[in-house]
Ligand binder design. Structure first.
Ligand code: ATP
Ligand code: MG
Length: 431
């Protein structure tokens, strides 16, 4: 058996039905593979049979059989395919039970209070944060707008030994160079027009605490040199001052820009890049953790609840939110929920027509266009292929499901289920 990935999936390999298929496969010189939707790799070789593992309408992985090219008689391939599909269905049932049990545990939401998310990418992030919070190494947080960079930085501080000291935030893109210089390092009286008194900078304010340097990619070359010095030696001078001062700060930097490329283009100092990038946290976009969307929605709806009963989204409304791309990530989702709560007035159920136009229009592309989206994982590719093959067979057979199922070599019952799954009945009406 090949490719067992995350620990949750380790259990799958031990299921009786999976062991049975594994044995049948082995007897024919084939290899059974288990692929996890999140980080599964496509097994190489003459893999011919793939059975998706689908939970709550989403493909979470697949069982595969490798080397079916020499499986013998064509009839035998059918038997194997059926066996594999049945096994995938059993696996889905078992996994669904387990994930329901897991979701009931509040701790799974996040052990970092304000940070919501229990998906695999977030679990990985929490595991890294646990380690980071215990160390003083500089951290670089990267992620698209609204993915929670500041939230994560704050959470690291709150879980560190420095939690009783200050957490200081500076946005490096919000100032001009001279102002930022004085803001970070302070100044001596008379250092420039308007410097009427000595003033400590934020590095001093953050002493023994955490300093969050937001948008570090926007910092000028001159300031990059000064920050590098603080990182390397813990020393700096106030603007216009000869006295060298020392601080002990844990620096967390963040950016939504690609710092590595900026280094290659000479826009960001390489030495500072390596000094900042000791530990790298890359925050997943909302698109990479769609499983968390319902949980986030529920949380934001709860936060908006002033009194009385809470609101909820209609299934259609939720479905559209699940498929939208969320370029503004959690912030965009949070704002949309706030907007929906206001617009829905006294209604308990929020309907789809209240959604912002961009979400309503982009969320559900016409069924025919769906395959144009480049699949990003094996399960997505499997679904796209499966959908296309079924659609083509149905068209060839003028939507006669008995004939199409015979051609596709799946049972009629199974075909009907798949037609429903892919919403192909709607296409039948159009063509
Ligand atoms: N995982 C999360 N759980 C709950 N709320 C979140 C999460 N991630 C982000 N948010 C919320 O989304 C908003 C944006 O978060 P934050 O400011 O930390 O993002 P950012 O990555 O720093 O964004 P930007 O790049 O635009 O500065 C905040 O209101 C924050 O509370
Ligand atoms: Mg931010």
């Amino acid at each position: 058996m090949s490719v067992v990935t995350s620990p949750a999936w380790q259990r799958v390999a031990d299921l009786r039905v999976v062991r049975h298929v594994g044995a049948v496969a082995r007897a024919r010189g084939l290899t059974l593979g288990i692929v996890d939707a999140l980080d599964g790799e496509v097994p190489r070789g003459a893999s011919a049979l793939v059975a998706p593992i689908e939970i709550a309408g989403r493909v979470r992985g697949a069982l595969t059989l490798d080397g079916c090219g020499d499986a013998g008689a064509p009839g035998e391939l059918d038997v194997l395919a059926t066996l594999l599909r049945e096994a995938a269905r059993d696996v889905a049932t078992v996994l669904a039970d387990e994930s329901i049990a897991a979701a009931a545990e509040p701790a799974v939401r996040s052990r970092y209070g304000a940070i919501i998310g229990s998906s695999a990418p977030m679990q990985e992030l929490y595991a890294l944060m646990d380690r980071v919070a215990r160390s003083d190494s500089t951290v670089l947080i990267q992620g698209e707008n609204g993915t929670g960079k500041e939230l994560v930085a704050r959470a690291i501080h709150d879980h560190s030994a420095r939690r009783d000291r200050r957490f200081v935030v500076t946005n490096c893109s919000a100032f001009n160079d001279n102002l930022l210089d004085s803001e970070l390092f302070g100044h001596k009286r008379g250092a420039f027009t308007g410097a009427v008194a000595d003033k400590p900078g934020l590095f001093e304010v953050a002493d023994n605490g955490t300093f969050f340097l937001d948008e570090i990619g926007d910092m000028s070359p001159a300031l990059q040199v000064k920050v590098l010095r603080v990182l390397q030696e813990g020393t700096f001078n106030r603007v216009g001052d000869t006295e060298t001062r020392k601080v002990d700060v844990h620096i967390i930097a963040a950016t939504n820009r690609d710092l590595k490329t900026m280094v290659e283009r000479g826009q960001f100092r390489e030495d500072l890049y390596y000094r900042v990038n000791v530990i790298n946290l890359v925050l997943p976009s909302l698109r990479q953790r769609r499983d968390d969307i319902p949980l986030l929605i529920e949380t934001f709806l709860d936060r908006q609840r002033k009194h009385g009963r809470g609101k909820r989204l209609s299934p259609d409304c939720l479905a559209r939110m699940m498929t939208y791309a969320w370029p503004g990530n959690v912030r965009e989702l949070e704002n949309e929920i706030e907007r929906l709560v206001v617009l829905s007035g006294d209604d308990e159920v929020i309907e789809e027509d209240l959604l912002s136009a961009r979400i309503r229009q982009h969320a559900a592309p016409p069924v025919e266009e769906a395959p144009e989206v480049e699949p990003s994982s094996l399960p997505e590719a499997v679904e796209a292929l499966e959908r296309r093959m079924i659609l083509e067979a149905l068209k060839r057979n003028r939507w006669n499901k008995t004939r199409a199922s015979a051609e596709l070599r799946v049972s009629r019952r199974n075909l009907i289920r798949l037609v429903q799954k892919y919403g192909l009945d709607a296409v039948a009406g159009e063509s």
